[in-house]
Structure formats: C-alpha cells, structure tokens
Design a protein. Structure first.
Length: 188
C-alpha cells in the first residue's frame, strides 16, 4: 500500500508539473509563486519556468507533445538556471547567480559544464552563443535544444535514438528509459 501511495503521488506530481496543468492556472500572477511537491521538496512554479517556452519550441520544431518537456524534466526538473559541474547539479534562483557560478568553475578549469533548463554543454555548444548569459537564457536554451533534438531525429529517423543521442552520457539506454517514463506519464 505504501508503494501504491508513492506511485500515485509521483503521478500527481508529474501531472502538476506537466505543461497542460501549468497552462490551466491563469490565476498565478508574475509576482506570485506557487509550490508543488516533488518528492520531499517543494518546487516553485513561477513566471520563470520553462514550460510555455518548451511547448512553443515543440510546436515550432515538430517535436511530439511533451517529449522536450520530458527531457527537460530529466535534465533539470525544468529549472531555467540549473548548472551541472563536477558531478553535481546546482539550482540557482537567478541568471546572475548561475552565471557567476559558471565563471568561477571555468576559472578553476572545469570544462564539462551543463547549463539551463535543457542542460546544454558549454564546451560543445557554448560557441554557438554570443555569451554565457545567452546559453542560460531559458528561451535561447530551449530553442537551441529543440533544434538539436530535431536534427538528431532527422539523422536517426526516430525519436528514441534522437533522445538517446541528445544526452552526452555513455549510459544512453538508461537515459532513454528515464525520459520515456516521464513522457509516457504525460500522455495519460
């Protein structure tokens, strides 16, 4: 029974964080922050979340509904200023704080930095942006990721391989399973 409760709680969390639910909450204003439970933590849903941008990018690039969102959820819990460095993920409350952290890590010689809602690799993709703040900008981060995912789809001819190769990890099957589990749950 305890397992069933946790599973139900997880599904409710995925539903509450899903783009469909966010779009149906117009009572949330720019100055108001609402929270939903994600595991044992409360996560803010605010104007800076990535959901609307993700939906728009999916439509523009012909990506199946909620697939890009599922990647963002696995990568960063769809947080706009998430940074992964030295094997640890950090979540910042502003672009400036995330930018400062990235600068500090680069000065220390850290090369593998993954940033933003879609966890783009600064080493691989950073040169395609004018400055670090641009790769951290939620809209630029998400639209770049959507374009990349669509290019991978064209290269491999299916979404599963596109998702696997979106991630830089060598554990591509494990990554694919995580994304597909979230995606399947958003389809119900």
């Amino acid at each position: 029974m305890h397992y069933k409760y946790r599973y139900t709680s997880f599904l409710l969390t995925v539903y509450l964080l899903s783009p469909q639910h966010i779009e149906k909450t117009p009572e949330v204003t720019a100055n108001q922050v609402c929270y939903v439970n994600v595991g044992k933590k409360k996560e803010p849903i605010s104007k800076t979340n990535c959901f609307k941008i993700i939906r728009d990018a999916e439509i523009k690039h012909g990506i199946p509904r909620d697939l890009l969102y599922s990647i963002a959820y696995v990568e960063s819990r769809a947080r706009p200023w998430a940074v992964y460095a030295n094997g640890k993920g950090k979540y910042f409350t502003s672009l400036n704080k995330a930018h400062k952290f990235i600068q500090d890590k680069q000065e220390e010689g850290t090369e593998n930095l993954f940033v933003g809602c879609m966890q783009l690799c600064v080493k691989s993709h950073g040169r395609k942006f004018q400055k670090i703040q641009d790769i951290l900008d939620p809209e630029k981060n998400i639209y770049f990721a959507a374009k990349l995912l669509k290019q991978l789809y064209k290269k491999f001819g299916n979404w599963e391989d596109a998702v696997k190769y979106y991630n830089a990890s060598t554990k591509k099957e494990s990554y694919l399973r995580k994304v597909m589990q979230i995606w399947e749950r958003t389809q119900t």
